[in-house]
Design a protein. Structure first.
Lengths: 316, 253
């Protein structure tokens, strides 16, 4: 018994010593240190970041691959948390570039912002982000924002094209996350801006807490709700043939994809590449890209991005 | 402190108990929904778990299997079960029936283990000599179960139900994730709107409800203990199940 014990103890000790030696070896190469930039005669490495959802990662890949093709030294840093983390990361140089959404980015700086159209929001952003030593480039026409969505059948049966047409549908049930019942662009705005739901009982609300995800789509397609808040780049719009109602009164703020770069890394060449991408990236492109990554194909963000860049001829 | 005052402000504002309440609506209605959901799920769980627990406790059969199985059931996360059942039912049902069914089944699965454990361990705690004596008196097995074992096991049985009700009240908040009502909706609306008053207010309401209901069960359990104690014994601390009906005085145990 005692010899067996001693053998075990020796073994454990040996493993512990081995592990310490191995760890000491690691210590000499700090994994968090900035990558070697000995070959950086052309300038510093650009680190492109992304938020922690597939769409952001796809746009990150598009930026990174296009910049790499244009001769920049590029690295990526996906899955960073909310803006409370990405903005400090841009300021301290852990990342230098991230695909943003213009409306939400402005809301980070000014929660009470009143700008709604793409032009207004982009204009306001220039000043807002300058405070943190950042700048925005051209926004893309593609945007990912809340939208009033109905099925094709509902739209055709009631002749619906814009949000105001919902007056023809009352009484109906609307499905969305619970905050939609009181946010200005939600049910209160529907009533104040479009006059839909002025009578009590016109618009019933069903809280479905998955941000326009599969549960909300299910409730819409099986008729539990007639209208739902689903984001404009949801692949379900394509796969379930849903109709996004137009918003001529700009009730919902624009959320165009826009590159946010730090002043430290800005060059005109960089801006040319990114503005070239923005000029091409539409909402339909974003839906198709997300469908490839999140749908049955399960393509990697990198593959989807590369194919899109190839198709648009942006890899010169 | 401000946070707690804000939460209490939300709860005690009379507006939030009436028709003009902020989302998700009048607190009283949500409280009732929460209680109804709890009562329904615990009720169904009782119908399943009590007979099973009595059978195991009385016969001693299937004991190992059921203890292992209910132990494993306790480890299942209710939110995970909820989404699993919802996804499953959504194939053939429309949204609301699927959501409601998923919530009820997940909470029943949560409620069963405690009730079952209370029932069989209650019956097992009954003195073997008491049961042998009953049998010697010519009682049938059914009479032994109903007239000897269950009355003596009552404090532990009620204790099991009490634990299960408490768990279901606390966990029923997850129903709001798939559009089913209850106090969870206050918390989720608070999270969605960054309104800490409602997040904490909803949590405090769930806590208060759980404490009140638990207090009621504590009283019930005490009454059960008093009821099962032998005449003259002043054992009111809930340990009365050990009180023997046999000729031996309690002090010799």
């Amino acid at each position: 018994m005692s010899t067996a014990h001693r053998t075990t103890r020796l073994l454990v000790g040996g493993i512990a010593v081995g592990a310490m030696v191995a760890l000491a070896g690691c210590a000499s190469a700090d994994p968090t240190a900035p990558a070697d930039s000995a070959d950086g005669a052309t300038g510093d490495q650009i680190v492109v970041g992304s938020f922690a959802f597939p769409e952001s990662e796809i746009t990150m890949e598009i930026y990174a691959q296009a910049l790499e093709a244009a001769g920049f030294d590029v690295d990526t840093q996906p899955n960073i948390g909310p803006r409370q983390q990405t903005i400090p990361a841009l300021q301290d140089g852990s990342i230098n570039l991230i695909p943003e959404f213009n409306g939400n980015l402005l809301a980070y700086y000014d929660p009470e912002y009143t700008e709604r159209t793409t032009e207004e929001v982009d204009a306001a952003l220039v000043q807002a982000v300058a405070v943190d030593g950042l700048q925005v480039l051209d926004s893309a026409p593609g945007e990912d924002k809340d939208a009033y969505v109905v099925t094709r059948e509902t739209a055709e049966a009631n002749d619906l094209t814009e949000i105001g047409d919902l007056s023809a549908l009352v009484p109906f049930t609307l499905g969305a996350n619970s905050q939609f019942a009181e946010l200005p662009y939600g049910i209160p705005g529907l009533k104040d801006v479009y006059g839909v739901g002025v009578n009590p009982g016109d618009v019933e609300f069903l809280a479905i807490e998955d941000f326009g995800g599969p549960d909300t789509v299910q409730a819409l397609t099986d008729g539990t709700v007639q209208v739902a808040d689903i984001y404009t780049t949801s692949p379900a719009i394509l796969t379930e043939d849903l109709v996004v109602l137009e918003d001529p009164e700009a009730l919902i703020s624009s959320q165009n994809v826009i590159p946010l770069v730090s002043d430290a890394i800005y060059t005109d060449e960089l801006a040319d590449v990114l503005n070239g991408i923005s000029a091409e990236l539409t909402t339909d492109d974003l839906i198709a890209l997300r469908d490839r990554v999140e749908g049955d194909e399960k393509a990697s963000a990198g593959t989807a991005a590369a194919d899109w860049l190839e198709e648009k001829g942006l890899l010169e | 402190m401000d946070l707690i005052l804000g939460a209490l402000g939300y709860i005690f504002d009379p507006v939030n108990w009436g028709a003009g309440a902020v989302q998700p609506g009048a607190i009283g209605g949500l409280l009732l929904e929460h209680l109804r959901l709890t009562a329904l799920c615990v009720g169904i769980a009782l119908v399943i778990a009590l007979p099973l627990g009595f059978y195991i406790g009385h016969t001693g059969r299937a004991r190992q299997f059921v203890i292992g199985f209910t132990g494993a059931m306790r480890a299942l996360p209710t939110l995970g079960l909820l989404y699993f059942f919802f996804t499953l039912f959504a194939f053939s049902l429309s949204f609301l029936p699927a959501a409601n069914l998923a919530v009820v089944i997940s909470l029943i699965i949560l409620a069963i283990p405690s009730i079952l454990a209370g029932a069989y361990s209650g019956l097992e705690s009954v003195d073997r000599e008491t049961i042998d004596a009953s049998r010697a008196l010519g009682m049938t097995e059914f009479q032994i179960l109903w007239q000897v074992e269950i009355p003596l096991a009552l404090p532990l049985i009620v204790g099991g139900i009490r634990a299960s009700v408490l768990q279901v009240i606390a966990t029923a908040t997850v129903a709001a994730y798939i559009g089913v009502g209850g106090l969870g909706r206050i918390i989720l609306t608070g999270i969605g709107t960054n309104d800490y008053d409602r997040i904490l207010g909803g949590a405090l309401l769930v806590t208060a409800l759980a404490l009140v209901v638990d207090g009621a069960f504590a009283l019930l359990q005490w009454l059960a203990a008093v009821g099962t104690a032998p005449r003259g014994a002043r054992d009111t601390d809930g340990d009365a199940t050990r009180a023997p009906l046999s000729a031996e005085p309690a002090t010799q145990q």
